[in-house]
Design a protein around this ligand. Sequence first.
Ligand SMILES: *Cc1c(COP(=O)(O)O)cnc(C)c1O
Ligand SMILES: [Zn+2]
Length: 411
Amino acid sequence: MPADALKCKECSTTYPLEARFVCERCFGPLEVAYARPEEDPAALRRRIQAGPHTLWRYADFLPLEGPARSALPTGWTPLVKADRLAHVLGIGELYIKNETANPTHSFKDRVVSVALARAKELGFDTLACASTGNLANAVAAHAAAAGLPAYVLIPHDLEEQKVLATGSYGAQIVAVRGNYDDVNRLCTEVSGERPNWAFVNVNLRPYYAEGSKTLSFEVVEQLGWELPDRVVGPIASGSQFTKLARGFDEFIAAGLVEGSTPIMNGAQALGCSPVATAFAEGHDIVRPVKPDTIAKSLAIGNPADGPYAIELARRTGGSIDSVTDDEIRAGISLLAKTTGIFTETAGGVTIATLKKLAERGDIDRDERVVAMITGDGLKTLDAVRDTFEVAEIGASLDAFDARFAPQEVTV
Ligand SMILES: *Cc1c(COP(=O)(O)O)cnc(C)c1O
Ligand SMILES: [Zn+2]
């Protein structure tokens, strides 16, 4: 394991690789720091290529001591060249990273895989989380596969699809009367008094966050060991967005790929857009909001990594934009109709933002763009209800022909 310590993102104080997430000196967030040995990039690349078709092929870049394995294989999702969507938007080269192909149909399987593996190494016996929906699915499923009990705390008004799947895996669902930020606060309190519980995104958060880097590692490998020029991805807490860039940077530093950090564009729903607002106003401080959007998986009103997301977008020449609920629905539909990929509302946020960037002229014709589709449309069916017409007919040919007049064919 090349991981060296937990390090405060604000004051750089280091701590052992334990289950802790906040700096005792300055209350800043902790993240994993690595002491990577000098290594021939060709040898490292061969080792990756010989690895399993899961996120564990990148074990060299993950904070685990032992060999990593999971009962529910995760990652190595398709990178789909989206020529028809590119044409509609006037983009030269566009790819969709299709995270719906994960075991519980969202990118959260990655972060849970890494957090669970580390939780086992540290001796925890129960898995838990504060979730906006997809994390609940992933924690419940991975705990079931590992034979561990799970407690998932969610806001009481989540999509039924996400709740029903989570319960089926056997997790104890706790529906909290409040929003995600209330749930998160409660989890921090519970975590303090349940020392054997691994809250994947609270006390295990530094390990959890590392899982998102594997998305970028895969993109680089799937592009034939090249970098994209631009990445568009959604922001809830901002964890994934910032770690995407970290993934590219670590591959560059290891000599596995040449170039610089892609331009990073963050995407938020207007009904919960504290990071986009701060970006637009030129602030570094993110003012918390009360979420009200159909993109519930992104509905974090007080995003922990918001300031780092803003810094990243500025540093790479990107932006953080927000889109309305109607634009989100249109984004879901546009992606589905041009690629055959059905995404949940978070993916609608990404595609609507991509469209906005294209229309604004931000994207050069010769850029290679990757859009992150982080979750599955079957989880947010209400968003597409009544957006198209179903033709109901009697079970006869006449009825069919009456509804769909046969085409006159002239030869
Ligand atoms: C959790 C989630 C994200 C991003 O969450 P961050 O907290 O910003 O890492 C994006 N898309 C979906 C579908 C999610 O569930
Ligand atoms: Zn600190």
